[in-house]
Ligand binder design. Structure first.
Ligand code: NAD
Length: 465
């Protein structure tokens, strides 16, 4: 295994990638496809090693880890390989009459050398998914896995140089010191996924070099359940989206705003969904993930201990040594409870009763703009009203989380939940500059534009410009 990158080595690593970019090796589309296909080979040939690392760091169920980390990444690679020619092709722009003759186009060009900083919750996917469009767009890239999942970080640091061209991609491992040193370097784009506090540090560092940023942040993603919702289906879907990866998902339903007339029935359905998914003792279920470390385990237990809710409907048991926290549902949660103050990022689901949809909308709008919003109702007009009157990074109606996986839907936040979006073509565009190019023939060359400005010229210019 590679071990940690030293702070001293970072300037040379970045310079090497800049040199790689300047050499022109990423200009050719075929060479970009080769890198993308190599990434596919890396994932296929190292599937077991990657899944072992995810089990070691987070106790992820293998099938869930395959689905959420590897399968999604492979789909993004295939999409990029298939569509690269189309995405990278110049787009013709119609010329207004007064600019004719000539031709105009938007020509995507790579930005240069980019920096991708990944978090720990989906540590493989959230490192590779931005790298795909970065490479597809012709950049060279330094990628920084999270130190919070060290086995995955070491595994990626070991695998990436064996499959990808070292002049095009480098892995930098380490924590705050290494990331700080990295952010001292000049990049052409910084793509950061993680919490908003560090997002601000990244943006401040980027500002010094006038580097554009993408910030993929988090927040409290609400789920609204109307009184006419299909409660059984809503409960199963919410329970799945919440407890997959033990709630450590940026777009997990953070809390539920349920119409008080159906609260009891919805909570009963949620409880039976948890039983169906994880049995009577979720601790023994092979399908239930652990909390990433004791620090986060302590944070979650403290949220529960702080109260502010009527009762724990199910769950609440934690085991610090095992980093286990049962799927937990809290009912009658007050808006000022500790669980409502910050993103939960764990398997605790607060149920907040509201009197109707309008109160739910007000509740959402009184808080930071979330990364995702979910709503359940059998009435499309009500769903539309919720979508129209709230703001969120993305929305799934009558389900949760799934908008993330639709290639045609750019993924990203708004307001506190982030800046910029990616996935498929949106990712290619994020890592490209759409350069406007106007081409004029040298003939004819009318003297209309040039001084001396006569009254005759003025009359014509006023007419046509
Ligand atoms: P984390 O602690 O792994 O941090 C993310 C990255 O920031 C790491 O690579 C880390 O080394 C670096 N970092 C940490 N402190 C730093 C500092 N002081 N200076 C510079 N770099 C530093 O992950 P996290 O932030 O705990 O991740 C969880 C958060 O990320 C949640 O808020 C979640 O909602 C959000 N998230 C968002 C998305 C998305 O796509 N929008 C996806 C996953 C997670």
């Amino acid at each position: 295994m590679s071990g940690m990158t030293t702070v001293e080595a970072i300037p040379d690593i970045v310079e090497h990638l800049r040199e790689g970019f300047r050499s022109g090796i990423t200009r050719d589309l075929q060479s970009r496809r080769v890198q993308l296909k190599q990434m596919r080979r890396m994932i296929e040939e190292s599937e077991d090693v990657l899944l072992d690392a995810l089990v070691a760091d987070m106790g992820k169920p293998r099938i869930e880890a395959y689905m959420t980390e590897l399968a999604f990444t492979l789909t993004e690679i295939d999409d990029a390989v298939k569509n690269l020619g189309k995405w990278a092709a110049p787009t013709k722009v119609k010329l207004p009459l007064n600019f004719k003759p000539g031709s105009a186009r938007l020509r995507p060009e790579p930005l240069g050398t980019v920096c991708i900083i990944a978090p720990w919750n989906y540590p493989v996917q959230l490192l590779l998914a931005p790298l795909i469009p970065a490479l597809a767009a012709g950049n060279t890239a330094v990628v920084k896995p999270s130190e919070v999942t060290p086995t995955v970080a070491d595994t990626l640091a070991d695998l990436v140089p064996r499959y990808l061209d070292g002049r095009v991609v480098s892995v930098v491992t380490g924590g705050v010191d290494e990331t700080t040193a990295l952010l001292d370097e000049r990049f052409d784009h910084i793509f950061y996924t993680g919490n908003g506090a560090v997002g601000r540090i990244v943006m401040a560092a980027a500002a010094k070099q006038l580097t554009p940023v993408t910030l993929e942040l988090g927040g409290k993603s609400p789920t609204i359940v109307a009184d006419d919702a299909n409660l059984k289906v809503a409960a199963r879907r919410v329970a799945w989206g919440k407890f997959v990866n033990a709630g450590q998902t940026c777009i997990a339903p953070d809390y539920v705003l349920v119409d008080e007339r159906v609260e009891d029935e919805f909570v009963t359905e949620l409880t039976s969904a948890i039983h169906d998914f994880y049995g009577d003792e979720p601790r023994d279920s092979p399908d239930y993930t652990r909390i990433v470390n004791t620090g986060h385990h302590d944070r979650l237990m403290a949220m529960l201990d702080a109260g502010g809710y009527d009762r724990t409907v199910i769950g609440g048991e934690g085991d610090r040594l095992e980093r286990y926290l049962a799927p937990t549902i809290l009912s009658g949660v007050k808006p000022d409870a500790a669980v409502m103050n910050e993103e939960i990022f764990g398997p605790i689901l607060p149920i907040v009763p509201v009197s109707d949809i309008d109160e739910a909308i007000r509740f959402v709008n009184d808080r930071d703009k979330p990364l995702a919003l979910y709503a359940f109702s059998e009435d499309d007009r009500r769903l539309e009203r919720i979508v129209e009157h709230t703001s969120a990074g993305g929305v799934t109606l009558n389900h949760v989380v799934l908008h993330f996986g639709v290639a045609g839907l750019p993924f990203g936040g708004v307001g506190e939940s982030g800046i910029g979006s990616y996935h498929a073509k949106a990712g290619f565009d994020r890592f490209s500059h759409a350069k406007p190019v106007l081409n004029k023939p040298t003939k004819p060359d009318p003297s209309l534009l040039y001084p001396p400005y006569t009254s005759f010229k003025e009359r014509i210019l006023r007419r046509f410009l």
